[in-house]
Design a protein around this ligand. Structure first.
Ligand code: ATP
Ligand code: MG
Ligand code: MG
Length: 554
């Protein structure tokens, strides 16, 4: 068992509840920018924000942080809502958009100008960058820094009215160009963007910057604990400055380490690239670390929530092993996935002493972990398929499966003994194997108590359904694909074997009515589900969710 990591944020909240800092309230928010699909890193933030609200009887808002019209889209808004819901969280009637506050945010900016705390700058983007200085050099004041309040109000108003081109002017907070914190060196708070917004259309041509919009949105919504990732730690003084300068209700920003997962990337910019360059087949490709990809792959919300609980919340960045995520889905599916038999690499077995036209219905257990899941029958007849791997002509030591002259147990069936091997006369490839069965061993045990060492799975050749099976592996060959060698990009570490497609697999007939997406354990092979996008009754397509072998080092 993996111990649940401690959560320093809970300690802060419990202290605040004790001192009555926010009147005993806990109110969090999950604030995605609708510029891509959510990934497993976002799941960590969702579980944390919604989870804390649940635990402390508080509230959690879903807020779309939509201040950058050129990168955002309603498609993303819809997918984000679907993913949050699927993960098992409910924002009730607390769905907000930063764009709903555009008017109010503009008024706050006007107020800053009136207070002499903001000015319109007419330097170019490049000049602003140069004037900003570096970590070792203080910045320089812009020649426009001392514009009068009247002039600033007039210019800002005309910016909004669309009189200027993009880049001609910006609005900056007037803080301190010598601050050791670069974020405090008169940050830009509004820029001109002549772009249509997915919600406000062409109403606006000035848009607020994240640092300005975020703290104010938190304040407007009465958020108590504004939880964000570590890279915003240096922005916290700015978060506080806006709220204090404007004299507004002041939530507390708390930073935690973002999730990094081995053998994948968790940055929307990079995930977009994988989609756009066709490395994967869309945002919901089952190899993607997106919520929609994991869902299509067959991951359950329970497994993802459990994973987020186990990784906990820390103050230092670290890399989490993908094997832990796989461990979580295995543990969950082991409890609830029905067992079935499927053969991925079929080899025909003919039982030469079994009647040609006979079919028997053999009883099989649906889940040994859960007796309430009952039993089903699987058809047995003279011709079966077994896994090619389960037969060796020249078995090595420690190989206990089928070999010439050897007896094994067919799961839920009979003991069979290999009596002959039929090969292609030209290629020498094994085409089928012939066995005899012992009719006294029905169900998989013998009255004389003789032992067989191997048990193998099988399907009836006459009854089995043909299926395509997609075997997934990690998308990258490098543990940290972000850590690139000179001259390379993360795309140079794509695993060429991240997808293997097997066309002629055979699965037991009970899977004919399998619902899309429901996970099954293929005995001895792993967990699989029908692909929600490509599978149809005419052409079954299974995704491998995860193999059975757990590589998580506890
Ligand atoms: P990306 O770097 O992938 O573009 P982002 O932080 O820009 O992510 P947002 O849409 O702004 O994406 O994220 C919404 C929330 O999810 C933020 O509060 C952010 O801190 C959190 N979040 C994003 N990525 C991670 C991660 N890897 N681990 C934990 N939380 C994350
Ligand atoms: Mg962001
Ligand atoms: Mg981002």
């Amino acid at each position: 068992q993996v111990a649940t990591a401690s959560n320093f944020i809970k300690e802060i909240i419990e202290e605040d509840l004790k001192t009555g800092k926010y009147g005993g309230r806990v109110h969090t928010r999950f604030p995605p920018e609708p510029n891509g699909y959510l990934h497993i890193g976002h799941a960590k933030s969702i579980c944390l924000n919604f989870g804390l609200a649940q635990e402390y009887n508080g509230l959690c808002n879903l807020r779309f942080d939509d201040t950058n019209p050129t990168k955002e889209d309603v498609e993303y808004v819809e997918s984000i809502k679907e993913d949050v819901r699927w993960l098992g969280f409910d924002w009730g009637d607390r769905l907000y958009y930063t764009s709903d506050y555009f008017e109010q945010l503009y008024e706050y900016a006007v107020q800053l100008i009136r207070l002499g705390k903001a000015y319109v700058d007419s330097l170019s983007t490049e000049e602003i960058r140069q004037y900003r200085g570096t970590l070792t050099e203080p910045g320089r004041n812009s020649p426009y820094r001392e514009r009068s309040v009247e002039e600033n109000l007039d210019l800002f108003h005309r910016m909004r009215a669309g009189e200027f081109d993009e880049g001609e002017h910006v609005l900056r907070a007037k803080i301190d160009m010598a601050s050791p914190n670069l974020n405090m060196r008169d940050p830009v708070i509004y820029r001109i963007k002549k772009a249509s917004h997915h919600r406000t259309g062409d109403t606006w041509c000035v848009y607020p910057m994240y640092d300005f919009a975020h703290c104010l949105s938190d304040s407007i919504e009465g958020i108590t604990h504004s939880i964000c990732t570590l890279e915003f730690e240096d922005h916290r003084p700015l978060y506080d400055w806006f709220l204090d300068t404007l004299g507004l209700y002041h939530p507390q920003q708390i930073e935690f380490a973002r999730l990094n997962l081995s053998y994948t990337v968790l940055s929307k910019r990079k995930l977009i690239q994988l989609v756009q360059e066709g490395v994967v087949d869309g945002w919901n490709d089952p190899r993607m670390p997106t919520i929609s990809g994991l869902r299509r792959r067959g991951y359950t919300p329970e497994a993802i929530r459990r994973f987020c609980e186990l990784i906990g919340v820390a103050k230092r960045d670290s890399m989490v092993d993908m094997a832990l995520l796989e461990h979580c889905v295995r543990e969950d599916l082991n409890k609830r996935a029905p067992r079935v038999m499927a053969v991925l690499h079929p080899l025909k077995m003919v039982i030469v002493n079994y009647p040609k036209d006979k079919t028997e219905a053999l009883e099989a257990i649906n889940n040994p972990e859960d007796p309430t899941m009952g039993v089903r029958t699987v058809p047995f007849c003279r011709e079966l398929y077994i896994e090619r791997d389960d037969f060796r002509e020249d078995p090595p030591k420690q190989y206990f499966r089928l070999a010439p002259g050897r007896e094994v147990r067919l799961r839920y069936g009979y003991y069979v003994t290999c009596v002959d091997v039929v090969k292609d006369p030209h290629s020498g490839e094994i085409q089928e194997i012939h066995c005899t069965y012992d009719p006294a061993t029905r169900g998989g045990w013998s009255p004389d108590g003789r032992k067989v060492k191997g048990t193998i799975h099988w399907v009836s050749a006459r009854h089995a359904l043909t299926a395509q099976v997609r075997l997934y592996d990690r998308l990258f060959t490098k543990e940290n694909p972000n850590d690139t060698e000179p001259g390379k990009t993360f795309l140079d570490y794509i695993n060429p074997e991240s997808l293997r497609v097997l066309e002629e697999c055979r699965v037991e007939p009970s899977l004919r009515d399998a619902p899309l997406g429901r996970p099954y354990q293929f005995e001895r092979l792993g967990y699989f589900c029908l692909d929600s996008q490509d599978s149809s009754p005419q052409r079954l397509v299974f995704n491998r969710i995860v193999s059975l072998k757990d590589t998580w080092a506890k």
